[in-house]
Every structure is written in structure tokens, then in C-alpha cells.
Ligand binder design. Structure first.
Ligand code: MN3
Length: 388
């Protein structure tokens, strides 16, 4: 029996993880659930899965959750510090990190320090502080198993292989809803268009990141840290059908691909059951239904975020942390209607140039860099609003 903590259980990944867990009560048990704001769904999940502990991030919602669960054995806590602490509980075997953005960093760091294996859905943890998180994982002999579909694909292709025989990886990318659009068209993109992803149902933040290709940029950085690659070994390929989830090319030129229907429950289940594969009833891919699989290069001249991610990777230090912080602020501003779609990467590029560069950051440096970049990004957004 694996006892699982799900950080971000009310989000898209969290809910799908619970769907998987529900099918295998003899294998998985839910030990901890956390949510930031969605108290009603958290309560519902707690009643259904009876975890040992639930944490609601937003302390203003504590009383509602506690009242609703007062007749159950589940303990209720509130606040970001509580989330960062519960991951250390002795009874937890695996922590699924599925919260949004930078908020995933500290709880993940604590879980690793406590020796917990990580099923990593929160890619920002590796984007912000990949070197530090990797070192901690090695020191504490912790496995980081990717949940992101592309990284799960690479991970699966690498089973039985040596990392030093990898020539490169192809990270596939759906291209998002705006693939092929020019600069003028992108400037007029509306929030509701950007929130419609062609292949994957996801939360708002990652859906916008997919549309701007920031998500793909973060995935390049994530791949670097998960698999020990250089930026030259990671190539993004636009593959709108999302059937090949990524590929690995070895030093003899042979290529392995991992394929399947685009269904996040598959990489989630694999991360939870690894090293085993367990039988399920998910729909199978029928090759006869596929008309064609297509591939093309992403346009990084237009979709600047992908180029910025490569730049952050190449220069290293705290630059990816800065990019992530700026991007979180810019995406919020776009979702609130304060800046245009293309302003997102205009802000990111400026803030990367403006923030203090640190070549070998500590955890405190990362926290400070995140703060500084957010402050600069907010200032720039106020300026852009004024200009409009
Ligand atoms: Mn992905």
C-alpha cells in the first residue's frame, strides 16, 4: 500500500490523480490533501477519501472546512506553512506535487528533505531551483518521477538505457491554439480564446502558458534537470496531434517514442505505480483512426517565451527563477485584462534583463529573486496599462 499526499488536490492533475487512486483501493491510500482556495471540493474529496490530514491554503476558509469535517477523523489545518510541514509526516510514501507555480517550491524542498519520493507535476519547482532540488534529491536518495506527459514519455523511453548514451531528446509540443499565427494576430488574442486548448483540459495558468509556449520553455528547463541534459540536447518539435508524447534519440541514431491518446491519467498513474505498470480501462489508441502525424519547428521569433527559456537555461543561475516569477505576474495581468497576450513575453524579456543576476543562488537567493522579479513585473505592467 502506498500512502499518498496530493498537494493541489482540487486542480486538474489533483482531481485526475484521485480518479486513478479510486480505481485501486488495494494499492493506494490518500494520506494528505491540500488545496489553496477550493474549499468546497476539498471538503467533498476529504469525505470521499478520508485522508489523515487536509490543509486549506487560504486561512480565511479554515473555519468552513473545519466545520464541514468536524464529524470526521480527518485533521484540518490552514496556511502555506502547514502545507510545507505536512509533507514531512512519517506516514507518507509519495508526494504528488500538483499545485500551481512557485508555491510548489518550498513544500517540495521540505518533502525531499524528509526523504519522500516525489511525483512531480509542479514543473516550476525545477524551473525555479532545479540545481538545488536535484542536489537535495541525491543527498536524500529521493526519486523524482515526472508527471508531465512529455517528461513521463522521456522517462519511460529511458528505462533500461544509460543516460550517457542519449544524444538528444525531442520534446513534442501541440503548438497550442495559436500555432501559425503572426504577430499582428497574436496581439488581438482574447482571454477566452487563449483558455481553449485544442488537446488538453488544464487549469488556467498552464493553459495560457501553453498558448504562449512558456509551458514548453519551462518543460525544456524541466527536462534539463530531470535527465541531466544540456540545452543543445533538447529540441522542441511541434506535433499538433499530441499522440507522440516525446522521443529520445540515442548515440547510435536509434529513436524511441512513447505514444498514446492525450490523457493525463496515464502519466499520473505511471508516476504513482512506478516501477510497476498497472492494468486500466482507459481508451486505447487505434492507429487506424489516425489520419496523419505531423511535425514542424516552433517559431521562436514570434513566440518569444520559448527563446527566453533557452536563454535562461544557457546563462543559468537565477535567470529561470526570474523568468518564472515575471511570467506568473504577466499571466495574471493578461487573465485580468490588464495587458495584451503578446505583452506577456514583452514583460518577461524586460524583467530578465532588469533583475539582479546571481550565478550560484542559494534557496534564500531564489526566494529574493522571485520577489524582486515580481515587483519589477508589476511595475512594468502598471506602465503598460497606462500606455494602453
Ligand atoms: Mn506537458
Amino acid at each position: 500500500m502506498k500512502n499518498i499526499a496530493i498537494l493541489g488536490s482540487t486542480g486538474s492533475i489533483g482531481q485526475q490523480a484521485l480518479e486513478v487512486i479510486e480505481n485501486y483501493p488495494e494499492r493506494f491510500s490518500v494520506e494528505v490533501l491540500t488545496a489553496y482556495n477550493s474549499f468546497d471540493l476539498l471538503i467533498e474529496q476529504a469525505i470521499k477519501f478520508h485522508p489523515n490530514v487536509v490543509v486549506i491554503g487560504n486561512e480565511a476558509k479554515y473555519d468552513i472546512v473545519r466545520q464541514a469535517l468536524k464529524n470526521y477523523e480527518t485533521k484540518v489545518y490552514a496556511g502555506a506553512n502547514a502545507i510545507a510541514q505536512v509533507v514531512e509526516m512519517g506516514s507518507i510514501d509519495l508526494v504528488l506535487t500538483a499545485m500551481v507555480g512557485y508555491s510548489g517550491l518550498i513544500p517540495t524542498v521540505n518533502a525531499i528533505k524528509a526523504g519522500k519520493n516525489i511525483a512531480l507535476a509542479n514543473k516550476e519547482t525545477l524551473v525555479v531551483a532545479g540545481d538545488l532540488v536535484n542536489r537535495l534529491a541525491i543527498d536524500n536518495m529521493v526519486d523524482i518521477i515526472p508527471v508531465d506527459s512529455e517528461h513521463s514519455a522521456i522517462f519511460q523511453c529511458l528505462i533500461g538505457e544509460s543516460l550517457n548514451q542519449v544524444e538528444k531528446v525531442f520534446l513534442t509540443c501541440s503548438g497550442g491554439p495559436f500555432h501559425g499565427m503572426d504577430k499582428k494576430m497574436l496581439e488581438g488574442v482574447k482571454v477566452q480564446d487563449a483558455l481553449k486548448h485544442p488537446n488538453w483540459e488544464m487549469g488556467a495558468k498552464i493553459t495560457i502558458d501553453s498558448a504562449t509556449l512558456m509551458n514548453k520553455g519551462f518543460e525544456v528547463i524541466e527536462a534539463k534537470w530531470l535527465f541531466g541534459l544540456t540545452f543543445r540536447q533538447i529540441e522542441v518539435v511541434v506535433h499538433p496531434q499530441s499522440i507522440i508524447h516525446s522521443m529520445v534519440q540515442f548515440n547510435d541514431g536509434s529513436i524511441k517514442a512513447q505514444m498514446g491518446l492525450p490523457d493525463m491519467r496515464l502519466p499520473i498513474q505511471y508516476a504513482l505505480s512506478f516501477p510497476e505498470r498497472i492494468k486500466n480501462t482507459f481508451q486505447r489508441l487505434n492507429f487506424m483512426d489516425l489520419k496523419c502525424l505531423t511535425f514542424s519547428a516552433p517559431n521562436t521569433k514570434i513566440f518569444r517565451n520559448l527563446a527566453l527559456a533557452y536563454e535562461a537555461l544557457q546563462k543559468g543561475g537565477n535567470l529561470a527563477c526570474i523568468l518564472n516569477a515575471s511570467n506568473e505576474v504577466a499571466v495574471d495581468a493578461f487573465l485580468s485584462g490588464n495587458i495584451s497576450f503578446t505583452d506577456i513575453w514583452v514583460v518577461n524579456e524586460q524583467i530578465m534583463g532588469k533583475s539582479t543576476f546571481i550565478s550560484h543562488p542559494s534557496l534564500t537567493d531564489y526566494i529574493d529573486s522571485d520577489q524582486e522579479a515580481r515587483k519589477y513585473a508589476s511595475e512594468m505592467i502598471r506602465f503598460l496599462q497606462f500606455k494602453h
